[in-house]
Write a protein that binds this ligand. Sequence first.
Ligand code: DX5
Ligand code: ZN
Length: 246
Amino acid sequence: APPAIIAPSILSADFGALGKACSDTIGHGADWLHVDIMDGHFVPNMTFGAPVVTMIRPHVDKPSESFGKGTFDCHMMIAEPKKWVKEFKKAGCDLYCFHYEAAINSTAADEPSATSDKKTSPKELIKYIHDQGLRAGIALKPGTPVDVLYDILDSKTQDEVPDMVLIMTVEPGFGGQKFMPDMMPKVEALRKRYPELNIEVDGGLSEKTIDVAADAGANVIVAGSAVFGAKDPSEVIAKLREAVEK
Ligand code: DX5
Ligand code: ZN
């Protein structure tokens, strides 16, 4: 399996001092920062948009290699994922992870390559993200079966294949929710089919739940409240990493 990547979610950071929270978190040993973007439409909560990403970017060195330390992993919980790709690229995002459910439901009026039925195909969107010089991720809500991804991951056109899959282990929208172990069969199925795939899990990950996720085959670990609520975030980050690497 690919290497362990620990990606604290800054959703649980102090938004009044976000720049420092970001640089501190990298100092505590995090590989990436997981940046939760919510539009109050795809999910029943709002966070922030590209201007805030632009302001926090200088607090964390840009990764020197693709997927390296300092990667901004932007989890786009938004109804119109295609619309914001260029802005997030400009803001300093490295990995643009959109929701499968948003792509297939998008009305796409503003989207240049919209097909006649006004839907953006996930493959088209992945290619578009790659064309902008970003890495692409595709996320699944708990209710979406994993097999919708097989046709996408099996594409013979390399530009249409995502660099990461995100299996949500809570309903997206809020930090601090309970981990859903019944999502693990999705992770297991993906790991079995795609030994080299980056598989991210997000929601309710902590020292208590990490073993289940790691055993299923997840290698990219998001943790919000567990890291930012800890007395010693570096210890939590180290323990999460150890569990994936063991
Ligand atoms: C939830 C977000 C998560 C959230 C995780 O919609 O996508 O990234 O911050 O928070 P915890 O780790 O507290 O469940
Ligand atoms: Zn997230």
